[in-house]
Design a protein around this ligand. Structure first.
Ligand code: PLP
Length: 362
């Protein structure tokens, strides 16, 4: 049986004037809506006590397992306002399903897909005023479901009680300054995920371990880092928080195949589907780091881009490693922009949703 939510409204909701001020410069994750969702789980009761309540701090015992062993997973999806004022989610069932997969890998209880979707929908409904208007351009409400081992227990075992929350934040473009190409650092020193590890799960530890490579990239003027596979270091995998695509001279759209250590991105899946609509042939396969550099050098690879819910689709200007830069293409990125436009038009209701990806909320 699916959960029903007890709703406690914030006594003084954020005013329309304050929302206008926030939307003028929302940043990314700087402001949060008036409410949040909490659902508790323990062994005897299963999932219970589902609530929508005012946004506020979380209380944990100092010996809550998550604080010691990092048993935590999360998701990221967005709510989009369409020109008629309605609010929609993009393939939220894919996030719900990935949350189940991540939970299994981290030995956490599965939150049923319908309860995940209900939690997200309840929050977006109560805080619908926070979803930026369609005229604002690439603005949306970023939704962050997450779950952690809240059981106070210091032994190393799977927690028997966990907490699930959903919070939401109005956001503007992830990279400030419009659709500008980003430079990517290709780390040789660090790995993100190894064989049998947690790379395919969306768990906090993956991001904690990637930070050091991110800073290594910063030192070389790169805003994102690309990881190769941990076993051989020869195959491309993904960026710290985005999947990778390459466009070839003969209109192939290449992306590393899901290896078990790459996150199965929702945006990645959508791109593989719309590729043919913009005249590209999607190909998922192993792609060597050497193949990338050779292809860039020979002109075989003409465009590259990164994709994910937060940053949508961002052109890659070049890849840099210890041996120096490898700039991609000669300037224009028509295929990247065509794919970007195709996805954004569906998300913002400017094009027919021919794949049935959008789910109405309000
Ligand atoms: C490591 C990683 N890869 C890829 C992605 C892209 O996934 P999605 O398109 O589902 O946002 C993300 C973002 O969530 C990510 O964190």
């Amino acid at each position: 049986m699916s959960l029903s939510f007890e709703i406690t409204r914030k006594p003084t909701p954020t005013s329309a004037a304050e929302l206008q001020r926030i939307w003028a410069d929302p940043g990314f994750g700087d402001y949060f809506t008036d409410h949040m969702v909490t659902i508790a789980y323990d062994r005897p009761q299963g999932w219970h006590d589902a609530r929508v309540h005012p946004f506020g701090p979380i209380t944990l015992q100092p010996h809550a397992a998550v604080l010691h062993y990092g048993q935590e997973i999360f998701e990221g999806l967005k709510a989009y306002r369409h020109p008629d004022g309605s609010v929609w989610l993009f393939q939220p069932e894919r996030n719900a399903a990935r949350f189940v997969t991540s939970a299994a890998r981290l030995m956490m209880p599965a939150l049923p897909v319908e309860d995940f979707l209900a939690a997200v929908t309840e929050l977006v409904r109560i805080d619908k005023a926070w979803v930026p208007s369609a005229e604002a351009g690439e603005y949306s409400l970023y939704i962050r479901p997450f779950m952690y081992a809240s059981e106070p227990f210091l032994g190393v075992r799977a927690a028997e009680s966990v907490t699930f929350n959903v919070i939401a934040s109005p956001v503007g473009p992830y990279f400030t300054g419009g659709v500008k190409p980003v430079d990517i650092w290709v780390t040789r020193k660090y790995s993100r995920a190894g064989r049998g590890g947690t790379g395919a799960a969306k768990c906090g530890g993956n991001y904690a371990s990637s930070l050091i490579a991110q800073y290594e990239g910063d030192e070389h003027g790169c805003s994102q880092v690309l990881f190769a596979d941990a076993n051989t270091g020869t195959d491309l995998e993904e960026l710290g928080g985005m999947n990778l695509f390459l466009v070839t001279r003969d209109n192939q759209l290449l992306t590393p195949e899901l290896s078990g250590s790459i996150l199965d991105g929702v945006t990645r899946g959508a791109i593989l589907t719309v590729a043919r609509d913009v005249g590209l042939t999607p190909v998922e396969r192993r792609i060597g780091v050497a193949e990338l550099y050779d292809g860039i050098g020979s002109g075989e690879i003409v465009e590259a881009f990164a994709c994910g819910t937060a940053a949508v689709i961002t052109p890659i200007g070049g890849f840099t490693d210890d041996d120096g830069p490898h700039p991609v293409g000669d300037g224009p990125v028509p295929a990247t922009l065509a794919i970007r436009q195709a996805i954004l038009d569906i998300q913002y209701g400017r094009a027919a949703d021919k794949y049935g990806w959008m789910v109405p909320v309000v």
